[in-house]
Design a protein around this ligand. Sequence first.
Ligand SMILES: [Zn+2]
Ligand SMILES: [Zn+2]
Length: 112
Amino acid sequence: MKCPKCESETLVGLKLEEVAVDRCSSCDGIWFDAHELGQLLAEDAKQVASLRRGGVREALGGKKGNCPRDAGELLRVYSAVEKTVILDACPECRGIWLDGGEFEKLFAARRP
Ligand SMILES: [Zn+2]
Ligand SMILES: [Zn+2]
């Protein structure tokens, strides 16, 4: 699959417990299919350690992208978990793209 942000062909499947996500080895963004993000945010820190790594790419954060599954335009929406994080959500397949470092922000915000 093609990365929606940096447009390299580098999305690599990453298997975590029951869920397989796709991560860009170039910009550290991660693609979650519908419901996968919610599932993973509920996991133990140890299970999702590999998702919490990754640098922040400020330049790509504000960039609009297209869904790697169906090429529809991704909508920029504020996360319900952490209002400072803007997700890129696909209205078609309900998948979600997180830029590098955003999973860590959401993960840190989910606990009191
Ligand atoms: Zn990328
Ligand atoms: Zn889609």
